[in-house]
Ligand binder design. Structure first.
Ligand SMILES: [Zn+2]
Length: 432
């Protein structure tokens, strides 16, 4: 059983000026408390919430008698979390300042400070008593409510001063049991694509992650150079232009969409997902032609680690089991003859040194991951000409070219499932 946690963000309706003002006051007091507590905690090297509370509760309570007392608790929690991460960064020499800046603030609420009120409103206690806040539920919110997720009694609230709205962070949890898999679906993640083997068919989803990361890297550099020259190194306008590059969002979008397709496909079939076990060395091997260390790290994070993490997260939600296998030689050995495949310089297409059949590198990897998972020992013991699954023998044909079905990004990102993607008329007759 795994406990899965998800945060859902909802917005309140536009609040009357009078009501919103109460929250502005509340936020002000809460901010003051957090600021003082963070200063104190950092100065005295306190990282624990209980310690901070024990030392400062009485004093804070005395200062803010008009507030419900639990705001002191949550401010202590908030402050100790901030102090802890600041002290950690300080120890690593990553910050120069003496104290952390409390810039963005969201008000932490525990079970004494707020209550759900039906499905579309909550009640929050303030220095002016309990206030009911209606919010605008959306599709995602209803999905959690209707699928048996439980609301956690901690929440956070942020103020949107421009629109006079509260942004409410609700947390849902669900205990999910992994099912016993009836088969395997193997995934090979690369810089530019994600390849999936299911029921003897290989699909290659183009992601262009490497190009995306590189593209943004060069654009970033160009902007930096231009603005540094014009306005100096620390200009605000440069920051603004840079923040407009939606790199993070784009990467996230790709990750979650591909993870969704994979996990849902596995879930519908009752299969387990087979992934490579990623090590540190793998990172270097996979993108070793890129010399810049930071850039290499970013490509690795975006394409390999990031996509795997997204698959893992999604899989938890659906109870899909994940099997990790040793990635050693997965794209080097022929899945049929267990001998090396020869790839001529840099090509992704190779020829088996025994049977002379043609292989696509990513297809090879998927088959080998699949067999490793099937035999459970992470090694290829004998020559697997045909394998037994569901009592039915599926032969690996010798004479066909082992080509994946290529699916361009422009296509799959718009569809939610493999089936919908494959049914798209634009895919018919498409090759790599
Ligand atoms: Zn072969």
């Amino acid at each position: 059983m795994t406990r899965v946690t998800r945060t859902v963000i909802v917005r309140s309706i536009k609040l009357p000026r009078k009501v919103f003002k109460i929250f502005v006051e509340l936020e002000g007091m809460y901010r003051n408390m957090v600021e003082q507590l963070v200063m104190y905690a950092v100065r005295n090297g306190i990282k624990s919430f209980t310690r901070l509370k024990a030392l400062k509760y009485r004093e804070m309570r005395g200062l803010y008698l008009q507030l419900p007392s639990h705001y002191v608790y949550t401010a202590c929690q908030d402050a100790s979390t901030r102090a802890k991460s600041f002290l950690r960064l300080k120890r690593l020499g990553l910050v120069e300042k003496e104290y952390p800046e409390v810039r963005r603030i969201s008000i932490w609420l525990d079970d004494h400070l707020w209550k759900p009120n039906g499905y579309t409103s909550i009640r929050i206690t303030t220095h002016r008593g309990w206030i009911t806040i209606e919010f605008e539920p959306h599709k995602q919110y209803w999905r959690y409510v209707n699928r048996g997720w439980r609301l956690v009694n901690e929440a956070k609230v942020k103020l949107d001063k421009r629109n006079r709205q509260l942004i409410i962070y609700l947390t849902f949890v669900k205990d999910i049991e992994e099912y016993k898999p009836r088969g395997h679906l193997s995934i090979d993640v690369n810089e530019d694509n994600v390849t999936m083997l299911i029921d003897s068919t290989v699909y290659l989803f183009e992601t262009n992650m490497e190009k995306l990361v590189l593209g943004y890297y060069y654009r970033r550099k160009k902007i930096q150079k231009k603005y540094d020259k014009l306005y100096g190194k620390k200009s605000r306008i440069k920051k603004k232009v840079l923040s407009k590059l939606k790199e993070r969002m784009k990467k996230q979008d790709i990750k979650w969409k591909i993870a969704n397709i994979i996990v849902k496909t596995a879930y519908e079939k009752g299969y387990a997902v087979v992934l490579e076990k990623l090590g540190k060395r793998v990172a270097n091997n996979m993108v070793k032609r890129i010399r810049d260390k930071q850039l290499r790290h970013r490509i690795f994070q975006a394409s390999f680690r990031g996509i795997q993490k997204a698959i893992e997260e999604k899989a938890k939600e659906y109870g899909v089991p994940i099997i990790y296998v040793n990635p050693k030689n997965t794209s080097k050995l022929c899945p049929i003859h267990n001998v090396p495949i020869t790839y001529s310089n840099g090509s992704r297409i190779g020829r088996c040194s025994k049977g002379s059949e043609i292989w696509h590198r990513d297809v090879v990897a998927c088959w080998n991951l699949f067999f490793k998972a099937l035999w459970g020992n992470g090694s290829i013991a004998s020559s697997p000409v045909g394998y037994n699954l569901d009592v039915r023998l599926v032969p690996l044909a010798l004479n066909t070219t082992h080509d994946p079905i290529g699916i361009p990004k422009s296509l799959w990102v718009r569809w939610k499932s493999l089936e919908a993607t494959l049914n798209n008329p634009n895919l018919q007759g498409m090759t790599l």
